[in-house]
Design a protein around this ligand. Structure first.
Ligand code: ADP
Length: 856
């Protein structure tokens, strides 16, 4: 026999789960073998051993203890691995020969269910992408909360939509796996065979999943790729969850057009979820506005913040809701206290449906359900504007009553140990409990009785796993015991006996315990499945509670932080009075933040903002972006007044960091990002550019910065609202020639050699850079500062001569070449070169030369 039976069993299972690490249950351990063992030992930093599993066959092995498997699973899954958990299906004590084993679930980043593996405050999405060359279908599901959505769009939008959803795992056909690797993607791509995305198969997988005959009600006709992606998801769940039910109650088909597009860099640049250096949540925009009381609410707010809306009606509805709470402090207080203690109903329901909810979770669910009538009451008190939300909150008194009646308020131990089902709920369980209590009481009484009968005061009744109940007598007193004493075990100093009566009661206790275990488990399962019948309803209420929480919290944040309701409309104007940066103002002391205005419109669409380093340029341009974004999330905004014409997309190009991860230089990254903006922006977009052209020499940088602004301003496809922060004060000349450009600068005053930043944005350009001042503030040694002053003075006095020597033209002359005011330039720009014949071009060239030669 070359290999042992267990090796054969293992290999067969491993063969079926080649893409997974197989955790193979052997007694108290989960073992891994061969390559899996090497990998697991490395990833988990555990010891790699080996084991004989056949003649001359030693295989590598690494194992983890069963009781702490969850934490190891979490680490493997976080690292993007897929893990198949293989259990022992028959009891090793009673089975003859090899124990049955099979995989009971496959844990992947997008299908984890265990609380310990999840972040409470964010969704955990499994996504699937189907493509056909020009279009992409995207579906995503959070199996812990039941959310399931699908859509279809032109292929080039895929990185944006994936960025918005931010899945943990993306399913994709094997041959197109590359399309979901969008550079900075944080998800694991799981390749599937093409057939998983085949339309027919996907459709029938969905029909079976939902138990329906047609997909019509989902509104996905004409969206074959959306169906393919959604079908791939349910197919995958079937395979990985292996028959455990998953709550996905509905497929929401949506249009990607309903959300503002935010690329992943913009999310990061605006520090929506993590701020400061490193990943500090508390310095994020989310932290500034999050006053939610429940994890459901905080998850929802996070989702909303990452996907601002383009739908005016939906926005007004959200703003109205926040407004209602904003105007009513009493209701805010009442709702906040009603929400305290409301658990994660969405995820608990997920586990109820899957059959893995604990008794304590049911009790927590009850607390949540009990809050519903009060919340409903409070919301209805806010008036008709809130009727829609009032309707979504549906109390579930039957479920409350059921949990109340069935579950012990202080459940202890696991289900089956007899302390979970409340007395009075199940006659059988109560009887079994009584029987076992009686028997135990009898056994306890037996000690006294036998002491009397034998006259041995030290006689004890005890229990152990092997012999069950016994009577123990010390060796010296073991003579002359009654005839019915049967010896079972001899210890050094004592003898252990049984008597028939004791064994009879023992079997009653043990029988009762066994029956109790199966009865309690059965009753508990029934209770869970009865509650699961209301899953859709409770899920809907849970989602409504999350919304109440977000609206109430938004209002509270507005009160705490001094935010106002923005006016959002279809217009093209962004007008903000006394705007503030929501995060920077929190870091400063009260009253230290200097609020500023902005006005962007078609007529004044480009703001060139100059000013020294550290003056507050970046803060200002980000604050405009953030106020716009918050308004389109339906949040109140940090300003005295704000009017926001809907923005379809916010672009940012900020910072000066080398992208070391991808090996690109600062300047290259900067140019790639700028190119993306110029190619994708529309007249409705808002563009934030911070220090374009800084990564190269001054003239290069200045020239690029200038031509970028000109292009943004002139190209009819663009004309987008743009805030351009720069320390190149030469760029202020642009306002003279481009009608849509306005100059602003950050006010500074000089007191002697001291420069004081006022952080106030004023009309007009800055005329100097104050670089040396800032260097001094940063603590450069005085000697260096003094020398810098000398060099600067020298350069300034020679600058014209020096420039001429090097380039033959002063910077302003050089710039004049691009001057849009010149007729020659205008004529050149007007040419449609690609559509001209060579002859036309030659004629035109001659004409232009004539023009250049003739005196102005
Ligand atoms: P710049 O982009 O001009 O170099 P920043 O926008 O980074 O300057 O701002 C530098 C610092 O100035 C910020 O970290 C903040 O502490 C402070 N600051 C910026 N704007 C304001 C303001 N409006 N009111 C008060 N302090 C501000």
């Amino acid at each position: 026999m070359p290999v042992t039976p267990i090796r054969r069993q293992y290999l067969k299972i491993k063969d079926a789960y080649r893409d997974s690490i197989v955790l193979f249950r052997m007694g108290d351990f989960y073992e891994t073998f061969d390559d899996d063992a090497q990998l697991v030992a490395r990833e988990l930093e555990i010891t790699l051993t080996s084991r004989n599993l056949g003649k001359n066959l030693r295989v590598p092995m690494a194992g983890v203890p069963a009781h702490s498997v969850d934490s190891y699973l979490a680490r493997l899954v976080k690292k993007g691995h897929q893990v198949a958990v293989c259990e022992q299906l028959s009891d090793p004590a009673t089975s003859k020969g090899l124990v049955d084993r099979d995989v009971v679930r496959v844990v992947t980043p997008g299908t984890v269910f265990e609380d310990s593996l999840l972040d409470q405050r964010s969704n955990n999405y499994l996504a699937a992408v189907a493509v056909d060359g020009e279009h992409a279908g995207l579906a995503y599901a959070d199996i812990t909360t039941g959310e399931f959505a699908a859509t279809q769009f032109p292929l080039e939008q895929l990185p944006l939509e994936l960025g918005r959803v931010g899945p943990a795992e993306v399913l994709v056909a094997g041959d197109s796996a590359d399309i979901v690797n969008t550079g900075d993607s944080a998800w694991t791509a799981t390749p599937l065979e093409d057939a998983a995305f085949e339309h027919r198969r996907a459709e029938s997988a969905l029909l079976t999943w939902f138990g329906i005959h047609t997909l019509e009600s989902f509104g996905c006709e004409g969206l074959p790729l959306a169906v393919a992606a959604a079908g791939a998801i349910v197919g995958y769940l079937d395979r990985t969850r292996k028959g455990t039910r998953v709550q996905l109650n509905n497929l929401a088909v949506y249009s990607a057009q309903q959300y503002m597009a935010l690329d992943s860099r913009t999310r990061r640049n605006l520090e929506l979820f993590e701020g400061g250096r490193g990943e500090q949540r508390e310095l994020s925009v989310l932290a500034a506005i999050d006053r939610t009381r429940t994890v459901m609410g905080s998850r929802l707010l996070r989702r909303w913040l990452g996907q601002p809306l383009l739908d005016l009606a939906a926005l007004q509805q959200r703003l109205d809701a926040v407004d209602c709470f904003f105007g009513d402090g009493l209701t805010r207080g009442a709702v906040a206290s009603a929400l305290a203690g409301v658990p994660d109903m969405e995820r608990i329901m997920g586990r109820v449906v899957a059959g893995s909810a604990s008794p304590r979770e049911l009790l927590a669910l009850k607390v949540g359900l009990e809050a519903l009538p009060e919340l409903k009451d409070q919301v209805s008190g806010l008036g008709t504007a809130m009727h829609w939300l009032h309707r979504e909150l549906v109390p579930a008194p039957e479920a409350v009553a059921l949990i109340e009646a069935a579950i012990d308020p202080e459940p202890s131990g696991g289900v089956g140990e007899g302390n979970v089902i409340r007395r009075g709920f199940s006659e059988t369980i109560d009887e079994l409990k009584d029987a076992s209590v009686d028997a135990r009481r009898y056994i306890a009484g037996l000690e006294l009785k036998e002491r009397e009968r034998t006259g041995i005061r030290s006689l004890k009744v005890g229990y152990n796993q092997v012999f069950g109940y016994y009577i123990e007598v010390s060796k010296s007193q073991a003579d002359g015991l009654p005839d019915d004493y049967i010896r079972r075990q001899t210890l050094t100093n004592a003898e252990r006996y049984i008597v028939p009566e004791l064994k009879e009661y023992e079997s009653r206790v043990l029988n009762a315990r066994e029956q109790m275990a199966s009865e309690e488990e059965a009753v508990y399962r029934r209770v869970c499945s009865q509650i699961a019948e209301s899953a859709a309803l409770i899920g809907r209420s849970g989602a409504a509670v999350a919304q109440v929480d977000v609206f109430c919290g938004q209002a509270q944040a507005a009160v705490d932080n001094g935010y106002v309701r923005p006016t959002v409309d279809e217009g093209t104007v962004i007008r903000i009075r006394d705007g503030r940066h929501p995060v920077v103002e929190r870091v400063l002391n009260y009253g230290e933040y200097v609020p500023n205005d902005v006005e962007l419109s078609r007529e004044a669409r480009v703001v060139v903002l100059t000013g020294p380093n550290m003056a507050g340029k970046s803060t200002y341009i980000r604050q405009v972006a953030l106020i716009t974004l918050l308004a389109q999330v339906g949040s109140f905004v940090p300003a005295a007044e704000a009017r926001i014409g809907l923005v379809d997309r916010i672009f940012t190009r900020v910072g000066l960091q080398d992208d070391l991860a991808t090996g690109q230089s600062t300047f290259m990254v900067e140019m790639v990002e700028t190119a993306a903006i110029l190619n994708q922006a529309t007249p409705r977009s808002l563009v934030i550019l911070d220090e374009i052209g800084r990564g190269t020499s001054t003239y290069d940088g200045l020239s690029i910065a200038r031509s970028v602004i000109e292009h943004l301003h002139n190209d009819p496809r663009l004309g987008c609202k743009t805030l351009f922060a720069t320390h190149y004060h030469e760029l202020t000349q642009l306002a003279a020639s481009l009608p849509g450009v306005r100059n602003f600068s950050v006010a500074v005053t000089e007191e002697g050699n001291e420069v004081v930043f006022l952080h106030r944005i004023v009309p007009g350009g800055a005329d100097k850079s104050y670089g040396v001042h800032v260097a001094r503030l940063a603590g450069l040694p005085q000697g260096v500062i003094n020398r810098a002053w000398e060099v600067l003075t020298d350069l300034e006095s020679h600058s014209d001569r020096g420039n001429r020597r090097q380039t033959g033209a002063s910077p302003s002359q050089q710039l004049a070449l691009f001057d849009t005011g010149s007729d020659l330039a205008d004529a050149l720009r007007a040419l449609d070169v690609p559509n001209m014949t060579p002859l036309e071009a030659l004629n035109k060239l001659y004409e232009l030369q004539e023009q250049a030669n003739s005196p102005p």
